[in-house]
Each structure stands twice: as C-alpha cells, then as structure tokens.
Design a protein around this ligand. Sequence first.
Ligand SMILES: *Cc1c(COP(=O)(O)O)cnc(C)c1O
Length: 382
Amino acid sequence: MPAKVISAAVQPFPLVDLKAQYRTIKLDVDAAIQRVMESQHFILGPEVNNFEKEIAAYCGSQFALACASGSDALLLALMALEVGSGDEVVTTPFTFVATAGAIARLGARPVFVDIDLETYNLDPEKVGPAITSRTKAIIPVHLFGMSADMTAIIKTARDCGVAVVEDAAQAIGAVFEGTPVGSIGLCGCFSFFPSKNLGAAGDGGMLTTNDEAFADKLRLLHLHGGRTKYEYELIGMNSRLDALQAAILRVKLRHLNSWTAGRQEKARRYMQLFADRRLDGILGLPQVQSGCNHVYNQFVIRAPRRNELKAFLGDHGVPSEIYYPQPLHLQKAFTYLGYKPGDCPQSERASQEVLALPVFPEMTDDQQNLVVDSIASFYRAC
Ligand SMILES: *Cc1c(COP(=O)(O)O)cnc(C)c1O
C-alpha cells in the first residue's frame, strides 16, 4: 500500500472552484443581475450588444455575435457555410463531442484526423491529405487552452479553398503568433459554459469573424433567418445569449486577463514542483509550442497507470478528470462512419493516458502541494 499523504490542513476542493471565484466578484455580479432585473429587458438589447463589442475587441476581430452555447456557435458557423449532406468537414477526434456533433447534425461527414500527442491538437501534417473535393471546412480545436498549429492548417485551407472554423471554446485569450484565437480562420467559436475560462451562470456562446458578409449571415441565422420580424430570408434557429448572462459575463471579462495570469502562474508552479520531485521524467507535462501561449483551461498530464493514479488521488482528496476517455471516432454515435481502433493512434493513446489536474486562479499553495505530493507518493510506492 502506498503511504498516506500528510494533508490534514487541506479541505476538500473541486477541479475548478467557482464558489471561490464568485466570492471575489460577488458585489459586481449581483449588481449586474439587479440591473437587468430592474430593466426587465431579457432578450438581446444593450447588455448583449455591449458584450459582443467587448468580446470583438478582446479577440481582435471586427464582428462578434452572441448565441446560446458553444455548440450552437459551431452549428451556426457550419450553417452559414451551408454545410450539409454530401459535404465533409475535417476535425480532430480528441475533443468534446460538440465539435463533431455540429458536423453530423447537418448531415455532413466528420473526417477525423489524428492529433500530435504533445500538443493534443490536430497534427497539421495530416490535415492536407484528408482534404477531398467534398471538404467544406476544417475545424481545428485549440484544446485545453493552447492554439492549434495554425500555419499549415491555414495554408492547406487556402490552397484547397476550404474554410477554417476555429473551435476556441477552451481557449479565450490564447494567441497564435500574435493573433488571438478566433480571428485566425474565417470565424471563431467560443463557449461560456461555467467551467470555461470565461464562464456564465449557465450556457452561452459567441462567434467572432472579420468577414462582414459572414457576420451578417450568422446574425440572420441565429434569429430564425429574419432581418425584420416576420420576414425570413433563410431557415435559421433561435440561439441567443440571455441579457442576464451577458451582464454577468461583462463583469467577468474585466477579470479575465488577471485570471489567465493566475492559471499560468499555477501551471508554472506545477512544472517547478514536478521537476523538484523528479516527476518530470515520469509524467508527460504540457508543452507550450513556440508562437503560442497557453491559457490552461485544463492542466493535463499524461501518466503511467493513469486509472490507478486517478483512484489514488481521489482517495487522498485530490480531484482529477479524464478529458477525454474515448476519442470520437470510436464513440457509438459515430460508428456509422466506419472508423476502427488504430485509425487515430495518438488520440487513442492520449485517451488512455491523460489526466486533468485542478487549476484555477484561486488555488492555494497547500492545495497544489497536496496534488503534487499525492502524485509523488503514488509513484514512489511502486
Ligand atoms: C465546451 C466545448 C464546446 C461546447 O460548448 P457548450 O457551450 O458547452 O455548448 C465545444 N467544443 C469544445 C472543445 C468545448 O470544450
């Protein structure tokens, strides 16, 4: 039996401590909610318009359109590209299901391209060979908070005349060679799911683009395809961000840079602690690629005997999660595509080895020491 970790002082804590975050901004958030309640203006309106402008500025894009979720942002982007039956969209199988779900829901075919194991992002070398005459778009995912290697992806897309839709749900604030994610391709899709770096009090999403015609089409599509009430140019949907969410998110956006810096500081400290305990030779630690920063929506390691480690950590009061336990090409929902084990070996290996450790700006040194000490005692015991 591995030795018990001495951790008497650390109370149980979650992977992301949203209550700790709320305590730091409670007055402003509560005032924002109050402001919307007094106005009784819940749909669209100034909170949403202002938030769109603020996100556009933050992401360095000309246009931004708020919608109901990150999943809807992906769907709206593909709808605006008129992706449908007979089309293919190239993406990664090592992502949240929504990325490929948006493609499949429109009747198009997700074409899965394997990842680079060190970055967990699309292997840019493998994207070109996956393009066919039916390819309409490429969706790189900036997984865990670091941009995909966009140089080759953008070049391939240009050469082949296909669009790039960035799934930036986990990466608000990340940059690639100086350009913020979401303004590198034709458009960017963001999520404000509570556990994202900029999290709402519920669901929310955003699209960013520098293409005015595309922005206009997105705006039509998210409001039933109508420019004015009861006149419809396109078949759209109802996907809006609530004014209440916009008001809360506007408060939080003002803190995003300092929260990101806090996440990066925790990541640096993890790296130092792992090196001090000589765990850097055992664990696969996050690699920040040149030209990139990392905003650490997740701090993900690759660990030998991952499942045993996860159970051991749980027994010692250390939360952890597996993102993602099964790559999408092997999920039941996508069996009709005909993929089999071995088709995306790096994604399959990642799904066996990855473990996300707690990382959030309010995390204390004691909490972080407990995580690292527990991992050290697990490997010392074997
Ligand atoms: C969270 C997430 C989404 C979906 O966002 P929702 O707002 O939950 O619909 C899409 N892609 C990735 C990579 C995500 O992490």
